[in-house]
Ligand binder design. Sequence first.
Ligand code: ZN
Length: 198
Amino acid sequence: MSPRMRRALLSSCAASVVATALIALPHLSGAPERTAPTAEAAVRLRLVFPVKGHAVNSANYGACRSGCRRRHLGVDIMGHKGQPLLAAGAGRITALRLRRSGNYLTITTPSGWSFNYLHINNDLPGTDNGRNLRRYAFAPGITRGAWVDAGQVIAYMGDSGNAEQTAPHLHFEIRRGYGWTGKPVNPSWSLQTARRVR
Ligand SMILES: [Zn+2]
């Protein structure tokens, strides 16, 4: 990754969370995104690693955004464009968006955890053209309300939203509760021991 791409990556993501929250949940005024990570008990869930094949967790949960007025409430998992994204756990798709401003989905488990996936692919294979066809963003059958099993392919890695100037990556969040409104926890604890699918 070039220094320029790295800098762009470091300044992205958190802003997209605010933007998506304002769009998806306008009555919340983006309040959850201002929640700074605090000294919290380490949460370790039994997960499937959310990217199939080789991918690297940047472990950048809690990093400063906007001069530290906001924090990065997920981790960026680096891989390649089109790489399959996997359901970290079994649950229902409770949010899904295919839009120029950024593609994402949320899985919510029966026990009340949500996994948010951002920057889902918006390009045709081998391009960076932003054509944003659904079949290159989400796996077949992935719609809001659908049930997914742990390890199931749900979507494909990309650079949509404010990650366009960065290397392709998955911004992955774990929250206690529903989608963007849940309390964020550091995913790295769970990802350390997550089952890898090659
Ligand atoms: Zn991110």
